[in-house]
Design a binder for this molecule. Structure first.
Ligand code: PLP
Length: 413
């Protein structure tokens, strides 16, 4: 789908193999229109935003604020004041972990996360734990990577202040039942942060319909530039949270005695924002909207099913995450391990690093290792996995190349 918009996909790897890029979970490639919009801004509009009276500054400010409106529409938020530009999902989560805990949590209060979180949704809470003694509770999961919802309900008590869970697992592709997660939390009057790093690129997200209190995602995983991300937050929470960082743009007045803070969303945007990246992000979101998120979802789901089917035919293959009757809960991320040809039940799996390195020699880019989810690796009983993750431009032919590559490598061991 739309491969011609992504010049990098034409690349030949090691002067021999056409690039098969299956590392979209780490970052997506950029369509030409995103790069062109950014270079156009640098060449024609560039000036610092918000504080300038001159023509270029106002033009750059208009572009930056128009991008905020594009983001608002894309995720179905009610107001642009609820859209905060950050550097990415990690910064968005850290912002909440820092400012929400300061405003609403004290020693002994609890945040609920899940077994399958990315480190950014674990370590940011551990930092808060070190600062103010909060407790972290963990939703367990089944062996096939689905959250135990009964256990989740049992984690709530009078000290629960926030739930912070990932929408889609970056390791197993599990699509979590976030609507139920949010409903249950709200029944206990507890707000919810959704880590949307791995959902926003793959299917339509509507924060108003979800009714989540916070939602985080990264520009670079959504076909936009690096260095920019988004935190959506309901005004009722953001208004009562202290600023994250101090500096320009987030103030109203400053004296040595007392500083007053700017209105939302600027209260959380200290310093010069990456106003060119916001343009790039808006262009990427417009690009996705023009294709249609439903179409992207359908294409990627079909591709994922095809890949799982073909990979399951490989001898000695083990795929992580929901399969069989739960295949509908499996998004476009496939973590796997595989044994050498002719292996017995005691033969160890081929090391993920060997598999990834040898696939690379065939021009196939996958990710290997713990995927910034070490607690999940421990739960799965592995040190790491090999992960193929799809984007809108991947094709069944590329899946075939991956499958042929895995089989060829199996024969080398
Ligand atoms: N959360 C999830 C589920 C992710 O997959 C990632 C990145 O892989 C992150 C958070 C962190 O995103 P970023 O590095 O863009 O801040």
């Amino acid at each position: 789908m739309n491969r011609q918009d992504f010049p990098i996909l034409e690349k030949t790897i090691y002067k021999k193999y056409p690039l098969v890029y299956l590392d979209n979970g780490a970052t997506t490639q950029k369509p030409r229109c995103v790069v062109e919009a950014m270079s156009h801004e640098y060449y024609n509009v560039n000036a610092n935003v918000h504080r300038g009276v001159h023509f270029l500054s106002q033009a750059a400010t208009d572009l930056h604020e128009a991008s905020r409106e594009t983001v608002r529409q894309f995720i179905g938020a009610g107001k642009t004041s609820e859209i905060i530009f950050t550097r990415g999902t990690t910064e968005s989560i850290n912002l909440v972990a820092s400012c929400f805990t300061q405003a609403f949590m004290k020693e002994g209060d609890e945040v609920i996360v899940s077994q399958m979180e990315h480190h950014s949704n674990i370590v940011s809470w551990q930092l808060a734990q070190a600062r103010c003694g909060i407790r972290i509770r963990v939703i367990p999961m089944t062996d096939d990577g689905r959250l135990c919802m009964d256990e989740y309900e049992r984690l709530f008590n009078e000290r629960t202040r926030l739930v912070s869970v990932t929408h889609v697992s970056n390791v197993m592709g599990t699509i979590n039942p976030v609507k139920d997660i949010i409903r249950i939390a709200h029944e206990h009057d507890v707000p919810v942060l959704i880590d949307g790093a791995q959902s926003t690129p793959h299917f339509a997200v509507n924060v108003s319909e979800l009714d989540c209190d916070f939602f985080a995602f990264s520009g670079h995983k959504t076909y936009g530039p690096t260095g920019i991300g988004v935190l959506y937050g309901k005004e009722k929470w953001l208004d009562r949270m202290p600023p994250y960082m101090g500096g320009g743009d987030m103030i109203k007045t400053v004296s040595f005695e007392k500083t007053t803070f700017n209105e939302l969303p600027y209260k959380f945007e200290a310093g010069t924002p990456d106003y060119v990246a916001s343009t790039g992000l808006a262009k990427a979101l417009d690009y996705l909207s023009a294709i249609g998120m439903d179409k992207i979802e359908e294409h990627e789901r079909r591709l994922t099913r095809y890949a799982i089917e073909k990979m399951q035919e490989i001898e000695g293959m083990h795929i992580f995450g929901p399969l069989g009757e739960h295949i509908n809960e499996h998004d476009a991320v496939i973590s796997f391990e595989v044994k050498p040809l002719g292996a017995t039940k005691d033969t160890p799996y081929i090391h993920h690093l060997d598999m990834g390195t040898l696939l690379d020699r065939l021009g196939i880019a996958v990710r290997t290792g713990h995927h910034c989810a070490e607690p999940l690796m421990r739960r799965l009983g592995v040190e790491g996995t090999c992960r193929a993750s799809f984007g809108l431009y991947n094709t069944p032919d590329e899946v075939d190349t991956l499958v042929a590559g895995i089989k060829r490598i199996q024969g080398m061991f």
